[in-house]
Design a protein around this ligand. Structure first.
Ligand SMILES: [Mn+2]
Length: 324
């Protein structure tokens, strides 16, 4: 792994930088990419975000026109550096990287413990709450200015990956980074309201559907929430509308393992998201199924539909974690 100084010097030496993040970006991916872009632009770099798509609707207030482009609309011959954020592996990253990583230096900045160190330079800090927190610390180490618009984006990163400072990944360093962002004059109440209280009705209805489909197992220690392709169709929703649904089951007293399983209809694939209390290691379990993530929050995909895979995952979890 590389040091922060090595990452910073690579950024300083580049003039033309492409930033991207994991596919199906979440709040951390979107916020960290925009935050880093704005910091680098303020430092005199040409920095653009490429193939950050689809950006979930709740984050649409963040990007300005021209900040996010598609890979086929830019000339990679001019690019010095590709920075990949919040992505544990090349599989989880946009495909353009593999078309250019032989010629263009790739920097991988992440906090997933399962990260495969696919970059030429790698900075992976599993203790960081979010990539937004890492970007904030890097900017401070580099004495690069964090403007208010950059801070707004990084704030979204940190609040979404920490569940508004409620998960166990919230550390003193997280709060220090948050304090630095607040000092730029951002309005946390306004941003939080925009992110959390501005959802379309169909997403709230989809949550309702997920709750109807919720079941308890293992003497109430495990909760399974599911959404099928039919559920998405009925409510005119897509898998992009499912953010936060995995967390519903965590509200139930006694639940230590929350599983959210849903169809990715166009691929005949099922996505599984896992949230766990100690000692259940979600990252380890998801890695064994070809996925990855963090100890308390991880995910993977399986071929087939929700109906087939619900029993499969329940059996697997029973055998791995609940069998006496
Ligand atoms: Mn993240």
């Amino acid at each position: 792994m590389n040091t922060p100084d090595e990452i910073i010097s690579e950024l300083r030496n580049a003039a033309n930088i492409v930033i991207t993040a994991h596919i199906r970006p979440d709040g951390d991916a979107v916020g960290a990419a925009l935050g880093l872009r704005r910091i680098l632009a303020d430092a005199g770099k040409t920095a653009i975000i490429v193939d950050l798509s689809p950006i979930p609707e709740r984050y649409h207030f963040l990007p300005q026109p021209q900040e996010c482009l598609t890979a086929d609309s830019i000339h990679f011959t001019d690019v010095d550096l590709i920075v990949v954020l919040d992505s544990g592996s090349l599989d989880r990253s946009p495909a353009f990287i593999q078309r250019h990583n032989a010629k263009i230096t790739v920097i991988n900045i992440d906090h997933h413990i399962s990260n495969t160190h696919f970059g030429k330079l790698n900075f992976v800090d599993p203790n960081a709450s979010s990539v937004g927190e890492i970007i904030c610390r890097l900017a401070q180490t580099a004495a690069m200015k964090i403007s208010r618009p950059a801070a707004e984006a990084l704030w979204v990163s940190i609040i979404t990956d920490t569940g508004r400072f409620s998960y166990s990944n919230t550390t003193p360093a997280t709060m220090q980074a948050a304090a630095v962002l607040l000092q730029t004059g951002i309005s946390p109440a306004h941003i939080n309201h925009t992110v959390y209280n501005s959802r379309p009705l169909k997403q709230v209805k989809l949550q309702g559907r997920a709750i109807e489909n919720l079941s308890l197992h293992e003497n109430g220690r495990l909760a399974l929430t599911k959404l099928s392709a039919d559920d998405f169709t009925a409510l005119e929703c897509t898998p992009a509308d499912t953010e936060e649904i995995v967390n519903i089951a965590r509200d139930i007293k006694g639940v230590a393992v929350a599983v959210f399983i849903y169809d990715i209809p166009e691929k005949n694939e099922t996505k599984i998201s896992l949230r766990t209390d100690e000692p259940y290691d979600a990252a380890e379990l998801c890695r064994s199924l070809g996925g990855g993530g963090h100890a308390r929050a991880a995910g993977c995909a399986l071929p087939g539909n929700v109906t087939e895979n619900s029993d499969k995952i329940l059996n697997l979890l029973h055998n791995q974690w609940f069998q006496q």
